[in-house]
Design a protein around this ligand. Structure first.
Ligand SMILES: [Zn+2]
Length: 259
């Protein structure tokens, strides 16, 4: 095998209502739109935790600070089950929407505080809402002692960012292809079976590339629907049956990749 083990990271962006409002501020006054986001922590999440438990998989939850403050018990439950709680902004607005680096730093710090309060851990990983980094983001993360970013789309596996001075930040690259949102939330919607086939193809082919990793981005209010979750169950079983793949939390994988 080229990669033994072949690293797999299941990541869940627990956007909740913050994702809905972050996408369009007018949604703050739309009860049904808000309820779509709330499906994540209120309904989908428990089934996801049960599924991860069944397969003995530890995952990473990227959590906006707003979600940590407003769905504290749900976030604490993820941490208590052994999953990583990582940073996903505070209000779920992309870093590009801030006027300057100072405003952006305040938002990141507010998110850290909220996660520390809800989960009793300081996040070491960061994923920007909508994967929109500003020119300041990576430097800010390194200055705030983050160890990895999971945002860029220019590689099949982890690499080190080149930052000023001796600042270090590992990148765990992502891809829109390995994300549930475009397939299930943007029209035309794909069937779960179609998406499973796309993800299996990517998994099989990535496994043959040296230094590659399979980083899947999921959203509890999207993948948490029953039919889609059955597909995730099947996909995890498929990944397991290959024998050479291993599931990691992103922070653990970042540590391993660095070593
Ligand atoms: Zn998000």
């Amino acid at each position: 095998m080229i990669n033994d083990p072949f690293p797999v990271c299941l990541t869940f962006d627990l956007d909740a209502e913050a994702g809905v409002v972050g996408r369009d501020a007018a949604n703050a006054d739309r009860p049904v739109a808000l309820s779509m986001g709330r499906y994540g922590p209120n309904t989908g999440l428990q089934y996801i935790l049960d599924l991860l438990d069944k397969h003995e998989v530890k995952a990473t939850f990227f959590v906006p600070g707003w979600t940590a403050d407003n769905h504290t018990a749900a976030v604490a439950k993820c941490a208590k089950a052994g999953h990583e709680i990582a940073h996903h902004g505070y209000h779920h607005v992309p870093p590009t929407s801030f006027a300057n680096a100072e405003e952006e730093r305040e938002e990141i710090e507010r998110g850290i505080e909220a996660i520390e309060k809800a989960a009793s851990v300081r996040p070491t990983g960061y994923r920007a809402p909508a994967w929109e980094l500003s020119p300041h983001t990576l430097g800010l993360l390194a200055g705030l002692d983050f160890t990895y970013s999971s945002n860029m789309m220019d590689a099949d596996g982890p690499y080190e960012h080149e930052l000023n001075g001796d600042a270090k930040l590992l990148e765990l690259p992502v891809s829109w292809t390995l994300d549930d949102y475009p397939f299930f939330m943007s029209r035309p919607e794909r069937t779960a079976a179609e998406v499973e086939e796309i993800w299996r193809d990517e998994f099989d082919a990535l496994r043959e590339r040296e230094g590659a990793a399979f980083v899947l981005t999921l959203h509890p209010h999207v993948i948490g629907r029953p039919g889609r979750l059955a597909m995730l169950d099947s996909l995890i079983a498929y990944i397991r049956h290959t024998g050479d793949a291993e599931f990691f939390r992103c922070d653990e994988f970042a540590q391993l990749a660095r070593a």
